[in-house]
Ligand binder design. Sequence first.
Ligand code: THF
Length: 263
Amino acid sequence: MQEYLNALKTVMEQGVPSDDRTGTGTISHFGMQCRYDLRKGFPLVTTKKLHLKSIIHELLWFLDGDTNIKYLKDNGVSIWDEWADENGDLGPVYGHQWRSFPKPGGSTDQITNLIEQIKTNPDSRRLIVSAWNPGEVDDMALPPCHTLWQVRVQNGTMHLQLYQRSADMFLGVPFNIASYALLLEMLAHVTGNKAGEFIHTMGDAHIYSNHVEQVQTQLARDPREAPRLIIKRNVDRIFDFKFEDFEFEGYDPHPHIKAPVSV
Ligand code: THF
C-alpha cells in the first residue's frame, strides 16, 4: 500500500489550502492516479485498521440496487447515516444508477449489461458504468464521488479504472480502494477472468484540516504485508455473492485511528 501512502504524502506536501462545501477546510491536490496490482495481494490499508464489514456490505448494497440505509443499519453499518432522510432514503444514488439508470420509457441495468458484454465481447473498450446522471444529481443526498468506472480485459486479465471526482484521502479513500478492488475480484470471478490492476484516478484529492494529525500518525507507521482475498465458494452471478463468501487472509493492521467525517 505504498502507493496510497505516497499519495497521502503528495497531498500533504503539494496540496493547497482550500475552502470546501462542508466548511471544514482541506489541503487539496487536483488530479492524481494510483495503481494497485491485485496479483500482488489485496490492497487493504495496513497502517490503520479498516472496518471490513462496512466495505463489503456497502458494495453488496450497491449491487442490489438499494438506496435506503435500512439494509446497512440492519447489518451494523453506519457510514451512510449522516446523509439519509427521515425514512432512510438517499435519493437516486449509486444503487439506482448502476441497476436502473433511467432512459425514456424505462431504465438500463448497467451491471447486467456489463457482465453480458464482458462475456460476449471481452475486447470491448466500452465496458463502462456511470453513476453520474446529470438529470438526477440534484435529487441525490450526495452527488456520486465515484462517478464512472471502466473495465478492460486483456488476455484473460481484467483491469478496472475508477474516476473519483472528490477523494477524502484519510477516511473515504481506504474504503474506496478496497471496495473497487473487491468489485474487480467479483467481476473477474463470475466472468472467468483473473483480476489484474485497480487504477484509481482522482479529481480533487484532499485531506481535511481535522485529519492532518491522523495522517501524520499514519505516515509514521510501517506498512505491513498485503492480505489475500479468499472467495470461499464458486459463485455464478454477481448478484448472488453474500457477505460470508469473503475472507481476508493475513490482514494484520496497525490499530484503528479515529477521525471525524465531514458532512
Ligand atoms: N463524505 C466524506 N466527507 N468523506 C467520505 O469518505 C465520504 N464517502 C461516502 C460519502 N460521503 C463522504 C461515505 N463513506 C466513513 C467511511 C466511509 C464513508 C463515510 C464515513 C467513516 O467514518 N469511516 C470511519 C469509521 C468506519 C466505520 O464505522 O465502519 C473510519 O475510521 O474509517 C466516500 O465514499
